[in-house]
Each structure stands twice: as structure tokens, then as C-alpha cells.
Design a protein around this ligand. Structure first.
Ligand SMILES: [Zn+2]
Length: 693
């Protein structure tokens, strides 16, 4: 996973924990909010084991397992053998991908008093992990004055220019965050003539260094969208930033920052440092000179996706996919192997269910991805290779990357899965209070609402499934931040001491993940509710309409949402009728099959073959990342980009109108996929309805 991180203070965490324990003691005799839907679900729930999950995590994190390395292959084999030892059919799917590794780096500061400081770029007492680096950074060197660039947003450069600071030729020091990806931050700096970039992360361990990729986009750079390119092809090279960069520790960054003079730091930036701000006044350039060297190499290496397939007994050609990446920058106890440990435990519990006579109605596929950290490479290559199959057969994809970073549930989903997710959280015990269900604490933490985020981000393996293939998706984690993110401190010890000492949160994640999968795999009618989707779309339209005022008409979207809403309500009626109709005659089965297909395929309607403007690979027009990272809109990315450009340059009304038209067409496509285009006669014969094609 890659994103900006803030720490949870351990003291605060323990205080919260004690308060919650007290609270739990007052609420002893509580009944379940709702009970599991089937014997399989009950058995699944009762078979969780924290010591087993802990043992899996211990095994997975014994050594670092960076993608493309021999130790990474041994972790893949561990997962494969685990699946096989449980009697689950398992296989690997390998790809050759262009990965990137460091060979040499150095950094020294030359201060005005004549002293020279050589920074230690590795982390203390961790010799077996890869030195901190930015994957796909070009090699290079610079000897130049240091300048502070804040987060590297457009407005940060405007503030610097207003103070008369010329960043050209300097070594830029960047604070990671403000919603920019590493690639965007480095690319912005390069575009303005910065010679090399140092990047640090606030709030983690002072000596920890956050590794990460600076490649743009997803998947193997040599095979974008399935095409095969050569190394050195301009289409490959343009995905890497034009100047070298590397990450440094917060301690190193503060040493440089404390020595800068020149223009005064804007108040807004200083405030973001909190109480320590008084230490940092200048942004440079200089007088401190930095001597920067980074040498890296790009290598084609084999990556290994591992799968366990539990074949469906009635609808084998419908797939419910659970996925987590396995590769890690270092030991990966949180990112991603807390998720891997949970996935391995789900496999164990499913095999237990199978021995008790259960087999799923639909096929369940457990996916263990490789090379996510380099840019979702394993999952993206697999999705591209299986695009047609997934398009016609994938019911839903449920991703868990960092299963446990700390306390508290955080979830994102496509809206038709909201109800299912909420129902399941009412059946799984909360890990942090003895007598509550996940649902209760989740809602209490969000002022009485079940807060489900949407999936416009591109920070884990759900992105190719939803944004390229249009598969309904969920992404789940416990805890929002952890200080060891992408550092050598992301180890089993940290998990045992801080993240999840009793491994109860791991068991809860596995419980939710597995129960959702059981419902998706076993419910005769898919547990999808498109009324939630209609409500969300209406919300987005209202936000847009406030933003655009009278200037641009949203009538096409209004009409399309109306059509979609009608289809969603009609489908809901149909679901209710078919649910009570328990008969197994051919006509009922046919109608149920057709209904399930419509429920599955409606999400694909939001895809557009042209994709987002300038980013054709991203095909989903409702959810996707905005090109403008400072845009606050988290839906309709094409429209959002049009609005951003219009605000900056003006004269983009036609573009906005065009994007509005494309979004309304997408909503119409989804509505027509969802709508029942056939009518059934009393005798169950399927008749076509000429009015609705
Ligand atoms: Zn991750």
C-alpha cells in the first residue's frame, strides 16, 4: 500500500484501550445484533484462532521479501504450500516484469561553518533489508544548494516564487503528503528545474525511512495494457521521473531544514510542523550545500501470483475473489502480511468447512499478489491477462492490504456492497471490546453513521479490478496509520508490541473478509443493493450542481440517474419476490440466473472504452483518481479534471459538458444492464420486450 501516514501515539492507544475495557464491562449481557446466515457461516465464525494467525504472520515475516528476490520466492512457496497442505487446489501465475533496485547512494551536507556531515542512509541495526530507495528513480548526482519545497504542490511553488525563491538546479527537500503521490511530487519538482529530490515522512520513527515507488500508473512498465514494449522505449521512460530522488529519515530532514536560511518559510507551512515550527525559519536555497548520489538498476525479474481455487458446485463460472499482496519493502508485518496472515487463516477455515461437507455455490478464488509495492504489478498484469474472463464472470473483489495498523475499522466499497458489508459487521465481534459487535463501535466512532468511503484511490490491488475491469470491490483495514510504514521497523515485533498484541484484530478482519465472501459465494441471489448506488450518484450530482451553479447544465446526468434509480427500485422488488419464492423449477432458476447476471454486470456499465481523458487505462467514469491532486472531488474524475482546468485556465466549458455527457451515458449503460429487459409470461416462458433493448 502506498499513502501518507501519521502515527498513533502508543500512550493514547493504551488509554483508549483501558477506557474501552471499562466501557465493555458495563455492557456485559448483550445479544448478537443478527445471527450468521447459514451453518457454514456459523462454523466459519466459530473457527477463528488468534494464535494460528500469529503463527502465520511470524512465519511470513522471518525475513524481508522484496518482490523479485529469492526470499520473496520462498514466501510465495510458503503460501502455495499452505494452500496445498489444506487440500485446496492451488497454482502460481508468473510474469516477467521490470523491477528496480538500488546499488549505491550517498548524501552529505556542507554547512556554512565549514563542517561536513555524511548522512547514514540506512536504518539502525537492520542489515538484511534493502537500503531505503525510490523504485524507478533514475540514477544521478547533484552538488547544489538545498531548498525546502514543502509537499511540492503547485501552490507550494507559487508561495516560493512569491518570496523570490528560485528552485532551479537545487536539491529539493520534500515533505511527503498533501495527497500527492511520490511520482507527482518528484515530477512537479523536475518540471520546475529542481536537480534532485529528497523526500521524508513526518510522524513516523525519526530514524525510519519510507521506501516507495515513483513510477506513474499501474502495472509492469514494459507491458502497459497488455502491449509489449522494450526498455528505453519513450512510452516506458516517461513513466519514471526525470530527476533522481531518494527518501531520507525525518531526523536527516530536520538537520537540513534547521540549517536553511534565505526566504522565510510561509506561515501556513510552518504551522503544519506544529510546536516544533520555531526551529525552522528559512527555505533556502542554501546556504547548506548537498552532495547527492543515487545509483540504481532496473532488472527484469519473475514475479509470482499465488492462487487457491475453491470450485463452485452450482455456478462454477462465477468468481468471488479475495486478494492481498504478499511482497513487502522490508519484513512487511503490517504491510501487507497482516492481510496475508488473515488470508491464510481464511483458507484454513474454508478447508475446515469443506471437510464438514460444505462447498460454495460460486467459485471462490484466494489471490496472493506479488510486486504491489512497485505499482500494483502482479494484480494489474493478471487482471489485464484475464480481462474478458473477469468481465463475464467476476462477481466481486474484496481486497485487504494492511489488515491491521491499529484500532478502528476503515472500509471503502462500491455502493451496491454497502448493505452486505454492514450486515456482516453486525455478526462479527469487535476485537477491542468484549461485548460489542464491529458495527456498534464502527458507527460510534463515526458519530452514528456507518462511514463507507469510495474507491477513487489507486493505492492497492483493488484498483485494476474496479478501475480497469469494472468489478464491484471492497477494501478493508483496521487502524488508519502506523509509524513503521515502508520502513525496516514494520516487523513482527512491532505488531506484537503495538499493532495487535493479542491478534484479535487479525481474527476480526479474517471474520469479516470470510463472511462477506461466504455471502457472495453462497447466497442464491447476489447480496447487491443498487439503491445505495443510486443514492450515492444523486449525492454526487447535488455536489456538482452546487459547484457549477447555473453555468453548465447537469440535465443529462439528472435524467440518467433517474433511469438508474428506477432500475434499482424495480430490481429491488424483483429480488424480494424471488427471495421468498423458494421453488426450484426451471423458470425460477432461469430468472434467478438472469437477475444475478444483471446484478453482476451493472458495475461494468460504468466503464468507458476511451477511459479518463489522457489516462485511457482508467476506464471507470464514476470512481478514479483525479488528475489534479488538489481537487477535492472524489467521484466523476473526468468531470472533476475538467472543472480544475477550467478554474486554472478558463474556457473549458465544452470539455466539462463533454465529460458530463460521457458520465450520463455510463450511468445509462449501467441502468440498462441492471434493468430487466425481458418479461416473463405466467407460464415462465421468457418473452422479449421490444420496448427495452
Ligand atoms: Zn501494501
Amino acid at each position: 500500500m502506498f499513502s501518507g501516514k501519521n502515527p498513533t501515539h502508543p500512550l493514547l492507544f493504551f488509554l483508549t484501550l483501558s477506557l474501552l475495557t471499562l466501557y465493555a464491562l458495563h455492557h456485559r449481557h448483550r445479544h448478537p445484533i443478527s445471527s450468521p446466515s447459514s451453518p457454514a457461516a456459523s462454523l466459519f465464525l466459530s473457527s477463528g484462532s488468534n494464535s494460528t494467525v500469529a503463527a502465520y504472520l511470524r512465519q511470513l515475516t522471518l525475513h524481508p521479501h522484496l518482490a523479485g528476490t529469492p526470499l520473496s520466492l520462498s514466501t510465495a512457496l510458503y503460501v502455495l504450500n499452505h494452500f496445498r497442505s489444506l487440500g485446496l487446489p492451488a497454482h502460481t501465475s508468473n510474469f516477467s516484469a521490470l523491477l528496480s533496485y538500488p546499488s549505491h547512494s550517498s548524501l552529505s551536507a556542507h554547512f556554512t561553518n565549514g563542517s561536513i556531515f555524511n548522512f547514514t542512509l540506512s536504518e539502525p541495526a537492520r542489515n538484511d533489508v534493502v537500503p531505503p530507495y525510490h523504485a524507478y528513480s533514475p540514477s544521478g548526482a547533484a552538488h547544489a544548494p538545498a531548498v525546502f519545497l514543502n509537499c511540492g504542490r503547485e501552490r507550494d511553488y507559487l508561495a516560493l516564487a512569491a518570496s523570490g525563491v528560485d528552485v532551479r538546479g537545487c536539491v529539493g527537500l520534500l515533505r511527503r503528503g498533501c495527497g500527492l503521490s511520490r511520482h507527482e511530487a518528484v515530477a512537479n519538482a523536475a518540471a520546475l528545474g529542481v536537480a534532485a529530490v529528497l523526500m521524508y515522512t513526518e510522524g513516523g520513527f525519526k530514524e525510519g525511512v519510507e521506501r516507495g515507488t515513483v513510477m506513474e500508473g499501474l502495472g509492469d512498465p514494459l507491458s502497459p495494457g497488455g502491449e509489449r514494449l522494450e526498455e528505453g522505449d519513450p512510452r516506458v521512460v516517461r513513466r519514471f521521473p526525470g530527476v533522481p530522488s531518494m527518501p531520507v529519515s525525518e531526523a536527516a530532514a530536520e538537520r537540513i531544514l534547521g540549517s536553511l536560511e534565505g526566504a522565510r518559510m510561509p506561515l501556513e507551512w510552518r504551522e503544519s510542523f506544529g510546536t516544533g515550527s520555531r526551529r525552522f525559519w528559512g527555505v533556502g536555497p542554501g546556504p547548506t550545500m548537498l552532495n547527492f548520489t543515487y545509483q540504481g538498476e532496473q532488472k527484469k525479474e519473475t514475479i509470482h501470483n499465488v492462487f487457491a481455487v475453491i470450485k463452485g458446485s452450482e455456478e462454477a463460472d462465477r468468481y468471488v475473489l479475495l486478494g492481498n499482496h504478499r511482497d513487502a519493502w522490508t519484513y512487511g508485518a503490517v504491510d501487507p502480511n497482516s492481510g496475508t496472515a488473515a488470508l491464510l487463516d481464511i483458507a484454513r477455515r474454508f478447508s475446515l468447512l469443506m471437510r464438514s461437507g460444505w462447498s460454495p455455490r460460486r467459485t471462490i478464488i484466494l489471490c496472493s499478489w506479488d510486486a504491489e509495492e512497485f505499482g500494483m504489478i502482479g494484480s494489474t498484469e493478471w487482471v489485464e491477462q484475464n480481462l474478458l474472463n473477469l468481465g463475464s464472470k467476476a462477481v466481486a473483489y474484496f481486497n485487504v492490504d494492511c489488515a491491521v495498523q491499529g484500532p478502528g475499522l476503515f472500509v471503502s466499497a462500491t455502493p451496491q456492497l454497502d448493505d452486505l458489508f454492514v450486515e456482516v459487521t453486525k455478526q462479527v465481534k469487535d476485537p477491542d471490546s468484549e461485548n460489542e459487535y464491529v458495527y456498534e463501535r464502527w458507527v460510534a466512532a463515526n458519530r452514528g453513521v456507518n462511514q463507507i468511503q469510495r474507491l477513487s484511490r489507486v493505492d492497492s490491488d483493488f484498483a485494476p479490478f474496479l478501475q480497469h475491469a469494472g468489478v464491484a470491490s471492497i477494501d478493508l483495514y483496521f487502524g488508519i496509520d502506523f509509524p513503521a510504514y515502508h520502513t525496516a521497523f514494520d516487523s513482527y515485533d512491532w505488531m506484537m508490541n503495538f499493532g495487535d498484541p493479542l491478534f484479535h484484530r487479525h481474527v476480526t478482519v479474517a471474520g469479516i473478509w470470510g463472511l462477506v465472501a461466504l455471502r457472495l459465494a453462497d447466497d442464491p441471489i447476489l447480496p447487491f443493493n443498487y439503491i445505495s448506488y443510486a443514492t450515492e450518484l444523486q449525492k454526487y450530482k447535488n455536489v456538482l450542481s452546487t459547484m457549477l451553479g447555473e453555468s453548465i447544465s447537469l440535465d443529462p446526468i439528472t435524467a440518467a440517474i433517474q433511469e438508474f434509480t428506477t432500475a434499482a427500485y424495480e430490481t429491488d422488488e424483483e429480488i424480494k419476490k424471488l427471495r421468498v419464492d423458494g421453488s426450484k423449477d426451471v423458470s425460477t432458476l432461469l430468472r434467478r440466473g438472469a437477475l444475478n447476471d444483471r446484478l453482476m454486470l451493472a458495475e461494468r456499465g460504468f466503464l468507458d472504452p476511451e477511459g479518463l481523458p489522457g489516462r485511457q487505462w482508467l476506464k471507470h467514469l464514476i470512481y478514479g483518481p483525479c488528475g489534479d491532486t488538489e481537487s477535492k472531488i472524489e467521484f466523476f474524475p473526468g468531470i472533476a479534471d475538467g472543472i480544475s482546468e477550467h478554474r486554472k485556465r478558463g474556457g473549458e466549458e465544452a470539455k466539462i459538458r463533454h465529460e458530463i455527457w460521457r458520465v450520463s451515458r455510463a450511468i445509462q449503460r449501467a441502468a440498462s444492464a441492471l434493468r430487466d429487459n425481458r418479461r416473463y409470461s405466467q407460464h415462465g416462458r421468457v418473452c422479449s420486450n421490444p420496448n427495452q433493448i
